[in-house]
Design a protein around this ligand. Structure first.
Ligand code: FES
Length: 322
């Protein structure tokens, strides 16, 4: 499983090969990076082969390379959580809704009249039938437009999948003891992670804090799912010391949903307690295109690699602190 964790999130999906393979920048295939030999050691679908046939097909029928789905929707404000934080709900097509059930899913959104560079990413909190629920903080020029007066329309583009680093752990762990730490708006992406873990017969202890949002808003629903919920007023002051006690319960996995600062706090607590277990962390990289092209999400790792956080899975602890 550790091997699977450092690969492109789109591999084996209908969005592979992607624009990076087109331009000889594929994350995974050495040939499609311009190298002479194959060294991927991969037993799944050969990206080079797929790229070859896709190229032939597009030459024959002039079909554009597969990009994501784009839909215009009308949203409702389901709940105002804080001064600038809202839970929105809207309906998308079945095709898009089905593809957003995967762990780590997110979409880009913008106002219909805004140019394409207004797209910004938001995590999926819940998919029920064709209805999506998302948490949005309206703090920057892009998001403020959406929640401005007289607007109830959005353009949604997706699906994208790298919203969580270490997603395969969530998919594969069963009958485990899991610690989930969620703060502020991180509670929104924490929700589907908890739901998936509970559906796989895991025991989940959740530590929730209001963070900058100022409110704990998933505790009731997590409790109804069977999660043991512990609310704390501040993770830094109360949560991290409590976490050290929780490590005595021999957890199998720790999940941190919130800002990078919180993830580093969790790593520090693990190191202080001498705990070495896998960690799942929400992906907070700044993203503009989501396709590996624009470079806004690039981060450096401890082994001196530059990775595209919109596409590539990695252990959060390998990323160098900004
Ligand atoms: S968001 Fe553009 S390269 Fe990752």
């Amino acid at each position: 499983m550790r091997k699977n964790i450092s690969q492109c999130i789109d591999i084996n999906s209908k969005y592979c090969p992607c624009l990076l393979a087109e331009t000889n920048h594929c994350i995974f295939c050495s040939h499609l990076k311009g190298e002479a030999t194959c060294n991927c050691n991969w037993s799944g679908v050969c990206i080079l082969y797929e790229q070859h046939w896709q190229h032939k097909k597009t030459q024959q029928i002039e079909e554009p390379i597969k990009t994501r789905i784009e839909e215009q929707v009308e949203f409702i404000i389901k709940e105002q959580i804080g001064q600038n934080t809202y839970v929105l709900e809207f309906e998308v097509t079945t095709e898009l809704a089905e593809q957003l059930k995967k762990i780590g899913s997110f979409v880009f959104v913008r106002c219909p009249n805004d140019p394409h560079f207004f797209y910004f990413p938001i995590n999926i909190m819940k998919v029920e039938g064709n209805t999506l629920r998302v948490g949005v903080e309206s703090i920057g020029p892009k998001s403020i437009k959406i929640l401005g007066s007289n607007n109830n329309k959005l353009v949604v583009r997706g699906p994208y999948y790298n919203g969580v680093l270490g997603g395969p752990w969530i998919d594969n762990i069963t009958d485990g003891n899991i610690i989930l730490v969620a703060g502020g708006i991180g509670q929104a992406p924490a929700f589907p992670l908890a739901a998936k873990l509970m559906s796989n017969n895991n025991k989940v202890m959740a530590m929730l804090a209001p963070g900058k949002v100022g409110k704990i808003f998933i505790d009731k629903e997590l409790g109804e799912m069977g999660v043991q919920v512990h609310n704390v007023p501040s993770l830094r002051q109360f949560g991290m010391p409590m976490l050290r006690e929780w490590f005595a319960l021999n957890p199998d996995l720790i999940v941190s949903a919130g800002p990078d600062e919180q993830h580093y706090g969790v790593i520090e607590a693990m190191q202080a307690a001498g705990v070495n277990i896998p960690m799942v962390a929400t992906n907070n990289a700044t993203m503009c295109c989501g396709e590996g092209i624009c470079g806004s999400c690039l981060r450096k790792t401890r082994d001196n690699k530059i990775i595209r956080m919109c596409k590539q899975q990695t252990d959060f602890s390998k990323i160098i602190e900004d």
